[in-house]
Ligand binder design. Structure first.
Ligand code: ADP
Ligand code: ADP
Ligand code: MG
Length: 621
């Protein structure tokens, strides 16, 4: 076995590989960009080498510097993780040429599966069913259109060099084909430097089924069963599980046998994934599952396979790369229970999933769940790399229990101020169709309305906030806001500002809600969503009144109550005036002890935002 390996990757996958290496007594070398210098995968490695600046092409894709770092640090092997150089046959060859072991398949296998068209042709020859469609040299728009017409719509145009969900266009009718083709070719040329495409029949009720395969240098290939990765957004996986719901033993045997056949056809060594697309209109059937592509590396979602088989796939990779035979034979591999993984992304579902970057002042995960994360609380999400913050992996005896555990795990995530999809994941995992196993790649789009969190706090959030405020004493993180309760109206409701929305809330305790204080901010975490709780701008708490004693209308509204008269002596925090707009009330409080003067507020009057309503003179001033 190796004494020291270099990991040519970053973030969660670099840490994941290190965890196993450490357990096996293998030292690790991290390579990193300058902006990643303080990240856990760098500080936790036995050795670290900075190989360049932020942009991947100046660091993580610099083959020369990675090889130099391996030489200088005395590493005997290189693990490429996923993404970056993991499927670069030229790099795999360069590693071998440098006298190092490549923890991955042979360069020829990577090459054979690198382009989708060549891979499909090869698979067809090997007797593996492939997605029906057109693969060919003739790339003229006329020919491609003719082929698409022949296949029948809808069709999917795919860049042969594509990956990561890019370079794909669904076309629903002949008239739309030409424009879709041009835009797909443009994207393919820009992203992959290759504008060639293939055309596939668009499979209806598509389900993404993939099989984990493993080969060793002694010619043995086994499979570790299937995963279902149908929960996708824009062709990118969001929630994965193993095994696949509704997969019977005969269908499993057929698809896993096809995967092993595919791997053997390219003399596969190491961890690989054969991706299939299944027509799920009538459940999973062996004659409706077709080869789509092979990923010649460890997959992001490998933990669900680890969970149901009890194996450590990185350990398998290291053993195979060191020349050992596979740790287990096919007969010794079994499925136990059910596992699910959710990808926690730094993105905001509410703004159309725009990426969210910045400091991670808060980053907490629930206990009892496997969390593979590249960052920790106090770290940062930078704009340079993948938006994935962490993977949450749960396992349970049954699928129903696993789905429940996943929803619970996602609901317990606390991240701030970076926005995440945790609330979205919670809703997806708890959705009745998901729980019932009714999944296909259209699930997220179809249910977007119910999955995307609300922009405004609902009754539950407001009630929980009011309840937490009401009990804000002792160790409660909102203690300092206790005085806020003086805002309560006759019915005990308090005006709150939650996430920028003002709500009149009635206290209703909710065990799912957790209060937190981060710096001088008060937050409420409910079902994976983070709500910033603020004292509404009014007399006592900032706003125009705080400095000079001016009491100004903070919003347009109607004056529903004037509680003081000119010349009255008031104390700090005393209610002066109540404004109401859109069923929300806003109390204006005295900013400090003093005397009311210049009172212009009259009951029932409509006032514009910024209207001066009164002034408080300091008694001593
Ligand atoms: P998977 O099926 O394992 O999710 P993907 O094709 O989505 O595979 O890619 C795996 C991961 O690698 C993703 O997180 C993706 O963002 C990242 N990735 C893919 N290609 C690149 C690349 N060229 N450079 C950096 N990261 C990449
Ligand atoms: P990538 O290299 O980007 O991962 P894939 O060929 O694996 O590309 O396809 C990505 C996703 O696109 C699949 O997981 C599936 O959701 C969808 N997809 C691919 N081919 C088809 C098809 N023929 N019909 C329907 N959906 C498809
Ligand atoms: Mg794919």
């Amino acid at each position: 076995m190796f004494n020291r390996i270099l990991i040519a990757n970053r973030g969660e996958i670099a840490r994941r590989i290190m965890r196993t290496a450490r357990a096996m007594g293998i030292e690790t070398v991290a390579v990193h960009s300058d902006v990643d210098a303080a990240m856990p995968f760098v500080t936790e490695a036995d050795h670290a080498v900075c190989i360049g600046t932020a942009a991947a092409r100046d660091s993580y894709l610099r083959q020369d510097r990675i090889l130099e770092a391996a030489r200088a640090s005395g590493a005997e092997a290189i693990h490429p993780g996923y993404g970056f150089l993991s499927e670069n046959a030229g790099f795999a060859q360069a590693v071998a040429d440098a006298g190092l072991a490549w923890i991955g398949p042979r360069p020829a296998s990577i090459l054979a599966m690198g382009l989708k068209d060549a891979a499909k042709t090869l698979m067809q020859q090997a007797g593996v069913p492939v997605t029906p469609g057109y693969i060919g040299e003739d790339q003229s728009p006329e020919r491609l259109q003719h082929e698409a017409d022949g296949i029948g719509y809808p069709v999917l145009i795919k860049a042969v060099a594509g990956g990561g969900g890019k370079g794909m266009r669904r076309v629903d009718d002949a008239a739309a084909f030409r424009d879709a083709l041009l835009s797909c070719q443009r994207e393919a040329a820009a992203s992959f430097g290759d504008d060639r495409v293939l055309i596939e029949k668009y499979i209806l009720s598509p389900r993404h089924i993939e099989v984990q395969v493993f080969g060793d240098t002694h010619g043995t290939v086994v499979h570790l069963f299937e995963r279902d990765c149908s929960l996708q957004r824009r062709h990118q996986k969001v929630i994965e599980e193993a095994p696949a719901p509704g997969m019977d033993a005969a269908t499993r045997a057929a698809v896993c046998a096809a995967a092993v056949k595919a791997a053997k056809a390219v003399d596969y060594v190491g961890a690989g994934t054969i991706e299939f697309i299944a027509d799920g209109t009538e459940g999973l059937r062996a004659d409706r599952i077709w080869f789509m592509e092979m990923n010649t590396r460890l997959q992001v979602e490998h933990p669900v396979t680890e969970a149901i088989t009890g194996q450590d796939l990185v350990e398998w990779q290291l053993r195979v790369a060191a020349g050992e035979p596979l740790p287990l034979t096919q007969d010794a591999l079994r499925i136990t229970g059910w596992a699910m993984e959710a990808r926690l992304y730094a993105e905001n579902p509410v703004t159309g999933f725009l990426p969210s970057t910045g400091p991670l002042d808060r980053l907490r995960f629930p206990d009892g769940v496997r969390v593979d994360a590249g960052v920790e609380e106090g770290g940062e999400v930078t704009p340079f790399y993948d938006p994935m913050i962490a993977k949450l992996v749960v396992a349970a005896p049954t699928r129903t229990a696993a789905a429940r555990a996943l929803a619970k795990a996602c609901s317990g995530v606390e991240v701030w101020p970076v926005r995440t999809n945790a609330g979205f994941l919670t809703r997806a995992a708890a959705h009745p169709d998901f729980v019932a196993g009714r999944v296909d790649t259209g699930f997220i789009e179809r249910h977007a309305d119910t999955l995307i969190p609300d922009t405004e706090p609902g009754d539950a959030v407001a009630g929980a906030a009011a309840a937490l405020l009401a009990e804000a004493t002792g160790t409660n993180p909102w203690t300092a806001l206790a005085g806020f309760r003086s805002n309560a109206d006759a019915d005990g409701r308090v005006l709150l500002d939650i996430g920028g929305t003002r709500v009149l809330a009635e206290a209703k305790a909710d065990p799912r809600a957790r209060a937190a204080r981060i710096g001088d901010q008060r937050l409420l975490f409910v079902d994976g969503e983070a709500w910033l709780f603020a004292a509404p701008r009014s007399g006592a708490d900032g706003g125009a009144a705080a400095g000079d004693g001016s009491i100004v209308a903070p919003m347009p509204g109607r004056i529903v109550s004037v509680d003081v008269a000119d010349g009255d002596t008031v104390t700090r925090g005393q209610r002066l005036i109540v404004l109401e707009a859109m069923k929300m009330e806003q109390a204006l409080l005295a900013p400090f002890d003093g005397i009311v003067s210049a009172l212009k507020a009259t009951d029932g009057a409509q006032v514009a935002e910024g209207t001066m309503l009164a002034s408080i003179e300091r008694e001593d001033g």
